[in-house]
Design a protein around this ligand. Structure first.
Ligand code: OFO
Length: 187
């Protein structure tokens, strides 16, 4: 690997800057995906799922902005991602939450890959900065998995979908209680 040189003007390598910008792209896409899903849920009468996803979309935007701040403070240049090709229609509510779980597993992979790289090149500041995302991803995966499980536990027949939508609304509280920002309070 080509040796990356730090200058007094920057405290992250250009390689880390690129990886973090790729993560910005991912978080921006997460925000857009979830906004589109929220809108679809709204049109289908799944009001609790819609509300859950509108909030989730906003959270993803915050994840993206956190990266903007970090990169620019470190002397790099955070780039607004180009977001195209967003899916607007879904076959079922289950499809929405299964896609979220798949997407979050990809996001976790991406975060772990950057963390691994930081460790290898001894960029411990970025390594530490990313620990927040490591914890957040565990929460996001758990939430998505809980949502998908509801379809098997409750079943979609009769008032099943209505009940699932109600239960998804309750997952919001679960997220607020177990988020990385609240870890200290829980210990
Ligand atoms: Fe940013 O956590 Fe989901 O994608």
């Amino acid at each position: 690997m080509k040796k990356q040189i730090l200058t007094p003007r920057r405290s992250i390598t250009t390689e880390i800057e690129t990886l973090l910008n790729q993560q910005i792209d991912m978080e921006g896409k997460s925000s857009a995906y979830y906004l589109s899903m929220a809108s679809w849920c709204d049109t289908q009468g799944y009001v609790n799922s819609a509300s859950f996803l509108y909030k989730h979309s906003e959270e993803e935007r915050q994840h993206m902005l956190k990266l903007f701040g970090y990169i620019n403070d470190a002397g790099g240049h955070a780039l607004q991602p180009e977001i195209i090709g967003i899916k607007h229609k879904f076959k079922t509510l289950k499809e929405v939450f299964e896609s979220i779980l798949d997407h979050e597993l990809e996001v976790t992979k991406s975060i772990n890959n950057i963390v691994d790289h930081c460790f290898k090149i001894k960029d411990f500041t970025t390594f530490q900065f990313l620990q927040w995302y490591v914890t957040e991803q565990r929460e996001e995966e758990t939430l998505a998995r809980r949502a998908v499980e509801l379809f098997d536990i409750i079943g979609e027949e009769g008032i099943g979908l209505w009940t699932i939508d109600q239960e998804i609304g309750k997952l919001d509280g679960f997220a607020a209680e177990s988020g990385p920002d609240n870890l200290d309070e829980n210990n």
